[in-house]
Ligand binder design. Structure first.
Ligand code: ARG
Length: 244
């Protein structure tokens, strides 16, 4: 919409155009999903996603601004134009695809189960008992999978992963269901206090979310991901954050 009114222009502008013009990329995320997004001791958001976000910002010629939001508010914030992209280890699902676009998946993982050290559960199926509570983060695929796969126990929602994991650690709930990388790191950092059970409840392909209909910005990110996947940069990031 050349020469259109201000609002006219805003409506038709892609995120990519807007970011290039404003020279700032605003990324929405939710801390506590190790090693993708977490606060360092100085209160700076760091992690695998933040390095990917920085690379995308660089490619767009913009500086990166990160917004910490509740996980369940990320998609509404994207649709309201409060953030330009969501990088939050967000699983690509058909349900979410109704309201946002996803670029190609950049990481594959799944839903793991972790219990406190005093738990008698040896296998995932052992936690599925009447009277048991299973902790999840509100709005996540873990919440959906727990409700679906764990029939007898009840699901209890927590605001973020660290508080859900702590509830399991303290035996306030029977287990926590969450993405495997975060559970693995939590277990490493709390050795002897929690145990990750073997196996996964479901698979998750993580993707970067873009405003609905903005296929130009999706294409731009996919171009970046094509260069990134299998590159030296990807290997370095995996080594840095996953130590492999
Ligand atoms: N992959 C899961 C989902 O999409 C959990 C992601 C949680 N991410 C976060 N930044 N807290 O529902």
């Amino acid at each position: 919409a050349a020469c259109g009114g201000g609002d006219d222009k805003k409506d038709s502008q892609t995120t990519l155009e807007k970011v290039k013009e404003e020279k700032t990329l605003v990324v929405g995320t939710n801390a506590g999903y190790y090693p993708f997004e977490m606060f360092d001791k100085n209160g700076k958001m760091i992690g695998y996603d933040m390095d990917v976000a920085q690379a995308i910002a660089d490619k767009m010629g913009a500086k990166l601004e990160v917004k910490q939001l509740g996980f369940e508010t990320l998609i509404p914030s994207l649709n309201a134009g409060k953030v330009d992209l969501v990088l939050a280890g967000m699983t690509i699902t058909d349900e979410r695809k109704k309201t946002v676009e996803f670029a190609d998946s950049y990481y594959t993982t799944g839903q793991a189960v972790m219990v406190g050290k005093d738990s008698t559960a040896k296998e995932i199926k052992d936690i599925d008992k009447k009277g048991n509570k299973v902790a999840v983060q509100i709005g996540t695929t873990g919440a959906i999978v727990a409700a679906k796969e764990i029939k007898n126990a009840t699901v209890q929602e927590f605001e973020d992963f660290p508080t859900a994991a702590m509830a399991a650690q303290q035996g306030k709930v029977a287990a926590v269901v969450y993405d495997e990388p975060a559970i693995q790191i939590y277990e490493l950092q709390n050795k002897g206090k929690v145990v990750k059970l073997d196996g996964l409840l479901a698979a998750d392909d993580l993707g970067i979310a873009v405003k609905k209909g903005d296929t130009e910005t999706v294409d731009f990110i996919n171009e970046y991901l094509k260069e990134f996947k299998g590159s030296k940069e990807e290997k370095e990031l995996q080594k840095k954050w996953f130590n492999n």
